[in-house]
Ligand binder design. Structure first.
Ligand code: SAJ
Length: 441
């Protein structure tokens, strides 16, 4: 693909200079687990940053130097606020005094598995009302290829505000992995693609001031597709691991031993692990942004649909394991006390969004089981009209069956093995512990 010449006319040159000198006044829309760390990195790099969020609570906490994002400590946030480098507001009129703005708002799925673009549309409409010549706008929210060109651009552009000439527009996928001890916003490579070569260059220059590694690509669509490939790859391979687990279960092979041995291959293999299902607000969601778009282009995303089906079957598979384990102990699910260990969507976090634990507990509750749970990160759970309070781990003692759904590091697994009558382990958390009472996926 021949490289487009980078034309830096007066407006672009002026913005580039403001970025290089850190005089550019920076804005971040959406102060969640993506936006707040980004705002902090940009402020640490020397920019004066205005965070914009619809939540009064969030903006007040930011302005009080009181972080609500695990990856950002108060010790990091407060000095930036006190020095005037970072402030937050709910007022989009602040955009008129900004030179750059990053959009980091949610992109969930509707119940129909169609993309919910309402957050992006709302943010863009608010920005459009105050957009002025010389601005760089970068969308970071994970979305389908074409969103920036087909949805954001028409919302922002006017006859007097032409992209690549009067303002500049890019897409850059967020790659934040909350709680990751090794990779945080500053050192995760940042892909960025613009509507024009000048847009891409300004996006590259902008991130280069604050992040360790910037990866410019030729268009917004390529940048949008990069993130979807990353997370679709993950979702499909988890689906494969889950299908292999169901095969091994049927032919009585220990799938965990198989995967651990396969993982010794030093090339050409990457271990993924079976589990009770696919949780979180990225992996179960992002691939359906891609399949929704390709379906419109007349291409069936068969791998995504199949992996979505298989991953969606896992809660039912777990419930069958519980039912059969109780049956072998001459007990019915109905009336049995079933205690779940771990309800967050993955280990050592407190997020229950799309957690498979909710599916498993709902299914068991509807079968007449008496359910309870322990989770050090989740104090209370609202489930289908039920409100359940987290119980201490000792509650396992009174249960007819314990189900390990999320293998938090802080659980006392040897004590659990002593206390429980029967354990269904969906995460191989009891690896290496031998007991008749343990049933594994
Ligand atoms: N899961 C499995 N088996 C696996 C891996 C994960 O069942 O082998 C399950 C988890 O238990 C969870 C779900 O899949 O329920 C998603 O887990 P995840 O490890 O993918 O964690 P997420 O959802 O926080 O994904 C994020 C993503 N980051 C971004 O989108 C920026 C993803 O791209 C990262 O690869 C992932 O974190 C990560 O590596 O931690």
């Amino acid at each position: 693909m021949p490289k487009e010449p980078i034309i830096m006319d007066a407006i672009a040159k002026d913005l580039a200079e403001k970025i290089r000198s850190r005089q550019a006044r920076v804005g971040v829309v959406g102060l969640g687990y993506v936006g707040l760390p980004l705002a902090v990195e940009l402020a640490k790099a020397g920019f004066t940053v205005t965070g914009i969020d619809v939540s009064d609570a969030k903006t007040q906490r930011v302005n009080a130097g009181d972080s609500y994002v695990g990856d950002i400590s108060n010790e990091t946030l407060a000095p930036l606020v006190d020095s005037g480098k970072l402030r937050a507001t709910t007022d989009f009129a602040a955009v008129r005094d900004l030179d750059t703005i990053n959009i980091c708002v949610p992109t969930p799925l509707r119940k129909t598995k169609d993309p919910d673009m309402s957050f992006i549309v709302s943010a863009c409409e608010q920005i459009a009302a105050h957009l002025h010549p010389g601005m760089l706008v970068i969308l970071e929210s994970t979305t389908y290829p074409g969103t920036t060109d087909e949805l954001v651009l028409p919302t922002l552009a006017t006859p007097d505000l032409q992209v690549g000439r009067d303002f500049f527009l890019c897409f850059s996928p967020e790659r934040v992995d909350p709680g990751n001890p090794k990779f945080q916003t500053a050192n995760i490579p940042k892909v960025v693609g613009g509507c024009t070569a000048t847009c891409t260059e300004l996006g590259r220059l902008f991130y280069d001031q604050a992040l360790e590694h910037v990866v410019p690509v030729s268009s917004t669509r390529v940048a949008e597709m990069v993130k979807l490939l990353e997370n679709t790859f993950r979702m499909i391979n988890i689906g494969l691991a889950n299908e292999i687990a169901m095969m091994c279960d049927r032919i009585d092979i220990n799938v965990w031993e198989v995967i651990d041995a396969a993982a010794t291959k030093p090339f050409g293999f990457m271990p993924f692990y079976p589990g009770p299902g696919l949780g979180g607000h990225c992996i179960p969601i992002d691939p359906f942004y891609l399949s929704w778009k390709t379906k419109q282009a007349g291409i069936e995303a068969r791998f995504i649909e199949l992996a979505g089906y298989i991953n969606g079957q896992m809660p039912h598979f777990v419930v069958e394991k519980v039912r059969d384990a109780l049956n072998n102990a001459t007990k019915a699910v109905r009336g049995s006390r079933i205690h779940v260990f771990g309800v967050a969507y993955k280990r050592d976090i407190d997020d229950v969004r799309e957690s498979p634990a909710l599916d498993v507990m709902l299914l068991l509750n509807r079968m007449g089981a008496i359910i309870s749970f322990s989770d050090p990160h989740v104090p209370v759970l609202h489930l289908d009209g039920l409100t359940l309070l987290a119980q201490p781990e000792e509650a396992a003692e009174a249960a007819d069956c314990v189900v390990i759904i999320t293998d938090h590091s802080s659980f006392d697994y040897p004590a659990l093995t002593r206390r429980a009558r029967l354990i269904v382990d969906t995460r191989n958390a009891l690896k290496g512990l031998r007991s008749e009472k343990i049933v594994r996926l």
